[in-house]
Design a protein around this ligand. Structure first.
Ligand code: FAD
Length: 118
């Protein structure tokens, strides 16, 4: 059994990276400044150049080129990222996630209304 102190494998690194990306998108401004947009675009474009899983990175790079990042605001960005994650889910035979903003906010920002994450 791998302990939490082991170096991350593809799965652990993936979960941590998606957590960072979806959470950052959930808190991205509704109306970002040009600088915030440019920074988000740089972050997304840098990812496939640096991500330490080369087959993950090259696939992601192709998908980002096919679907240019929507950095216009948090709704567009959250949905764009959800769709890219779903493409990876599909490739890995995992279930698709609903990209409705209510569903994304519940998972990454607000938690469910029953208070179980409060
Ligand atoms: P994850 O896919 O890590 O998802 C974590 C949580 O996010 C889920 O539990 C769910 O609550 C939520 N979630 C699921 N789908 C969505 C969505 N569409 N939008 C919002 N939230 C969602 N692994 C490979 O084996 N091969 C690859 O080519 C590969 N490419 C990757 C590319 C990138 C850019 C990243 C970040 C990861 C990649 N991974 C790849 C890792 C893979 O996507 C998973 O992170 C890993 O398999 C662990 O999966 P998981 O079932 O724990 O859930």
């Amino acid at each position: 059994l791998r302990s939490d102190n082991c170096p991350p494998d593809v799965e652990v690194l993936g979960r941590a990276t998606w957590t960072f990306l979806h959470t950052t998108a959930a808190y991205y401004p509704e109306k970002p400044t040009p600088t915030q947009r440019a920074n988000m675009l740089s972050l997304i474009r840098a990812l496939p150049m640096l991500y330490p899983c080369s087959h993950c990175a090259s696939d992601f790079d192709e998908r980002v080129k096919e679907h240019p990042p929507n950095v216009s605001g948090r709704l567009g960005l959250s949905k764009w990222l959800c769709e890219r994650h779903n493409e990876v889910n599909e490739k890995l035979g995992k279930e698709k996630f609903s990209c409705a903003i209510g569903n994304l906010d519940e998972r990454w920002k607000d938690g469910p209304s029953d208070g179980s994450c409060d």
